[in-house]
Design a binder for this molecule. Structure first.
Ligand code: GAR
Length: 216
């Protein structure tokens, strides 16, 4: 049986795209990267895709009169190459409700915080300012609401006393690169079942160990 085909939407350096490329290079990985689309010309993510032999498109959102018109073009490009699943990987553009609804249950996003805390931008500085002891990242199914939707995977990291937004971002990013390929694998294998706000993962052992910081 052929593997689900994935379209990755990017806007920048593409380190999460790279994590997906590296995972999909394993013949046993259950998804295939079919297309990378950037809304920003010339970003490093496009170079990464080209190097991996994945077709790319650049669709500058500035060329469109409305969000809906841009999203319709995105949709058409993705469907033209028979994409089954969309991964937002540092895609810094809000998607319209019709687009999100059309791809409901088939579109993942990675967000650099433990949702539902710290939706939006500047998550690392806001986590430091809020004094949280654990921060992290989330991969979730996308709904029309910003940084909302059933959570597929999360990873937590400690917030250290001398952290800056940069040092904390770097610690979180390592975990993004772990959980994004994992979450895509689970979705591609058909193991993600949505029940209201919850994504239930079929056949996953329960992780019972607590994460405690400070370790004490
Ligand atoms: C990542 O940290 C991702 O979680 C974040 O942008 C960065 C993109 O890095 N996404 C968002 O903030 C979306 N709300 P990358 O281009 O190297 O993958």
């Amino acid at each position: 049986m052929s593997k689900p085909r994935v379209g990755v939407l990017v806007s920048g350096r593409g380190s999460n795209l790279q994590a997906l490329i590296d995972a999909a290079a394993d013949p046993a990985y259950p998804a295939e990267l079919a297309l990378v689309i950037s809304n920003v010309p010339g970003v490093f993510a496009l170079e990464r895709a080209e190097k991996a032999g994945i077709p790319t498109r650049t669709i500058p959102h500035k060329n469109f009169l409305s969000r809906e018109a841009f999203d319709q073009t995105l949709d058409a490009e993705l469907r033209a190459v028979e994409v089954d699943i969309i991964c937002l990987a540092g895609f810094m553009r809000l998607l319209s409700a019709p687009f999100s609804t059309a791809w409901h249950g088939r579109m993942l996003n990675v967000h650099p915080a433990l949702l539902p805390s710290f939706k939006g931008l500047n998550t690392h500085q806001r986590a430091i300012d809020a004094g949280v002891k654990l921060h992290g990242c989330t991969v979730h199914l996308v709904t029309p609401d910003l940084d909302d939707g059933p959570i597929v995977a999360q990873a937590a990291v400690p917030v250290l006393a001398d952290d800056t937004a940069e040092t904390l971002a770097a610690r979180v990013l390592v975990q993004e690169h772990r959980i994004y390929p994992l979450a895509l694998k689970l979705l591609a294998e058909g193991r993600v079942r949505v029940d209201g706000n919850r994504a239930i993962i079929d056949g996953m052992g329960d992780a019972e160990a607590a994460l405690v910081n400070p370790a004490g």
